[in-house]
Design a binder for this molecule. Sequence first.
Ligand SMILES: Nc1ncnc2c1ncn2[C@@H]1O[C@H](COP(=O)(O)OP(=O)(O)OP(=O)(O)O)[C@@H](O)[C@H]1O
Ligand SMILES: [Mg+2]
Length: 342
Amino acid sequence: MKILGIETSCDETAAAVIEDGRHIVSNVVATQVEMHARYGGIVPEIASRQHMRTLIPVVESALEDAGMELPQLDGVAVTHGPGLAGALLVGVNTAKGLALSHDLPFIGVNHLEGHVYAAWLEDGLDPETRPGFPLMCLITSGGHTDLILMEGHGHYTLIGRTRDDAAGEAFDKAARVLGLGFPGGPEIQRVAERAAGTEPALPRPRVRSSLDFSFSGLKTATMRRAELKGMYPPPEDAELDPADVAEVALAFQEAIVDSMVRRTLEAVAKHRVNGILLGGGVAANSHLRAEMARRSPVEVIVPRPALCTDNGAMIGAAAYFTLRNGDAYSWDLDVIPSLRLG
Ligand SMILES: Nc1ncnc2c1ncn2[C@@H]1O[C@H](COP(=O)(O)OP(=O)(O)OP(=O)(O)O)[C@@H](O)[C@H]1O
Ligand SMILES: [Mg+2]
């Protein structure tokens, strides 16, 4: 079964053809990141307008790479939430038009469920056995940091979430304090690699008696540390010392990763799962991937970095399992900007 997956919830215009939920036939991602970088964040109007310009060419190149035409597909899937309303509308209406005009099934996908299914797009990984249900999913991205217990396809329970900033948002804000570019996650990771590790540790944020996360205190602590070192606000007459930037970036990355790993392992112990699944843009972080694998008592699966950030492949993958369960979507499906999972 071949499904076209479309993703336009934020600043990536993406389309992919996925076979049987686990094999990538084609996968095209057109990022808008440079258009938003100069504003230091995503501008919703720019995002929607750019999706309108690029979505059809992106779909065409996904079909061309797959050597297929629309009538040969078994369904058209699209993210209908969560995300930016205007951006989601472009994807949903385009997908409806494509499906309707070729009499194909139309499937609405929860973007967060897409981040989950990205993990099984890696060769040889079968959701039934690797690691097998129940699973603890940590979906950590620009808009979410959720711990989700997955007991089977379509069976999710939200057991922890951030009380304030998402982890990706914290990476982006810390990067701004350190004078690094947007998006901040990859920048922090890059400069932290050069650090010697001489900076005293930053506090590990914790929410007592709960599996929730909180990152705003860490953000403030990072800002204080930068102030103390004369790095923030940025001095007018001098460049920041790259060695100082690297040290604070490393201290931030270690604190945020440690707090995500600890919480996830507490959830694993409490719910006795067979494995951990990581997804979302922050799961691209090499330190998070390595620490989770090193400290976990159970198998950890995580998509390759390019499948952690937004893409259409994960939408086509999640849609296969929805369609296989017999869940149909009606033509009046609407966008849900604040859609949750579990
Ligand atoms: N290597 C990395 N280390 C840490 N963070 C990273 C890395 N790569 C990307 N990120 C972060 O991931 C976030 C983007 O992730 P993603 O594309 O999944 O988010 P989103 O789609 O904006 O949000 P959501 O999925 O919650 O709707 C950004 O905040 C970015 O800084
Ligand atoms: Mg995302």
